[in-house]
Design a protein around this ligand. Structure first.
Ligand SMILES: NC(=O)c1ccc[n+]([C@@H]2O[C@H](COP(=O)([O-])OP(=O)(O)OC[C@H]3O[C@@H](n4cnc5c(N)ncnc54)[C@H](OP(=O)(O)O)[C@@H]3O)[C@@H](O)[C@H]2O)c1
Length: 324
């Protein structure tokens, strides 16, 4: 990824320049639209993909000498998407199973019986897609899900943490100012967005360690970048995504000590048309708002292009690197 990274640092510099044009006095009421603007600026580089072409490299030879070389998923791989009831997670699970990009797909959510789209996907692919109950707020349910997956698959080639909260009906809302901070909402964001992926690693590590190449990817958000934060607001979401990023970085160090083939990354999906972003889409031009299917395609392309050097880093949907 070295030449890609040189290019991406130029792009990051471009974003920093754009961000510095926002007047320091810009009020937080402008915050949401500007957060979107940063995402949109990223989306604007669609025609200049940073990722390398996957099929232009001698993958088999390179993988034999380097287990964490870039490698497409194969029909022999088992993968897991956590948070697959709707939104980006559902689209990832659908793409993986419908395109045959993976052999067995485990798709987790809190209550599979209350996830009709996932149930319908599982019904259409009963041999290859397995819906598994998993609530990030309940460690016992994570342990039980890991045991259930382990009973069906010896190893996982990919685990994607998708679940995340920004707002909840009648409950937490992203804070515009300090006075909006709510202790319970802050802790809930931390538990789902940051502690959740950490507990996933704790319980699923044995299944990742036994794979020759395994990617542990957590869907983060550009607004979780401390280096990229120039507007403030959204205390709980930003802080929980920053904590999720630190968790990812820590895991990239510890898990790599035990298994050479593990790659841990944080990924920013762009602005995606889901329930999570829906209240904040008013100023997003339609061509800059990805569908969940678009986002899934782009994220999987980035995942398949990762190699050993990618471990412990934060990438956007187009493969460009984001500062922590
Ligand atoms: N959409 C965007 O523009 C955007 C931008 C940047 C980053 N992201 C990130 O992308 C990820 C996916 O977001 P999305 O837009 O697809 O959101 P979404 O459509 O609102 O879906 C959120 C998912 O999180 C799950 N979830 C919530 N609390 C959970 C818990 N306690 N345990 C297990 N699962 C839980 C939900 O499951 P239930 O069905 O059970 O509620 C649902 O599957 C999130 O991490 C988000 O922060 C999104």
């Amino acid at each position: 990824m070295k030449s890609d990274l040189q290019k991406s640092s130029m792009i990051t510099g471009f974003f920093a320049t754009r961000a510095s044009r926002v007047p320091p006095s810009a009020s937080l009421s402008h915050c949401l639209s500007y957060v979107e603007l940063i995402n949109l600026t990223t989306a604007g580089s669609r025609g200049h993909p940073q990722r390398r072409q996957l099929d232009s490299r001698p993958i088999a030879d390179e993988t034999m000498s380097n287990p964490s070389a870039a490698q497409p998923l194969s029909s022999a791989d088992a993968v897991l998407v956590q948070g697959a009831s709707r939104g980006i997670g559902l689209a990832l699970a659908r793409r993986l199973v419908e395109r045959g990009e993976a052999g067995t797909v485990f798709a987790t959510c809190r209550d599979p019986a209350a996830a009709p789209e996932l149930a319908s996907l599982a019904g259409a692919h009963p041999q290859r897609l397995h819906a598994v109950a998993l609530d990030l707020l309940d460690e016992a349910s994570i342990a039980a899900a890991a045991a259930a997956v382990g009973a069906r698959a010896a190893r996982l080639a990919l685990l994607v943490n998708c679940a995340g909260v920004l707002h909840e009906p009648g409950g937490m809302q992203p804070e515009r100012r300090l006075a909006d901070v709510d202790a319970e909402a802050f802790l809930r964001s931390m538990r789902v967005n940051a502690l959740g992926p950490l507990l996933m690693a704790k319980h699923f590590e044995p299944l990742l360690r036994s794979a020759q190449r395994a990617v542990f990817a957590s869907i983060s958000a550009r607004v979780g970048s401390i280096g990229d934060n120039r507007l403030g607001g959204w205390y709980a979401y930003r802080a929980s995504k920053a904590a999720q990023n630190m968790v990812t970085r820590n895991l990239s160090i510890e898990l790599r000590r035990r298994a050479r083939g593990i790659i841990c990354v944080a990924l920013h999906p762009g602005t995606v048309d889901t329930a999570l972003s829906e209240p904040f889409q008013t100023r997003v031009p339609p061509d800059r708002l990805f569908t969940p299917d678009d986002a899934a395609e782009k994220l999987l392309a980035v995942i398949e292009s990762l190699d050993a050097d990618s471990n412990g880093r934060f990438f956007a949907w187009d493969g460009s690197e984001i500062p922590w």
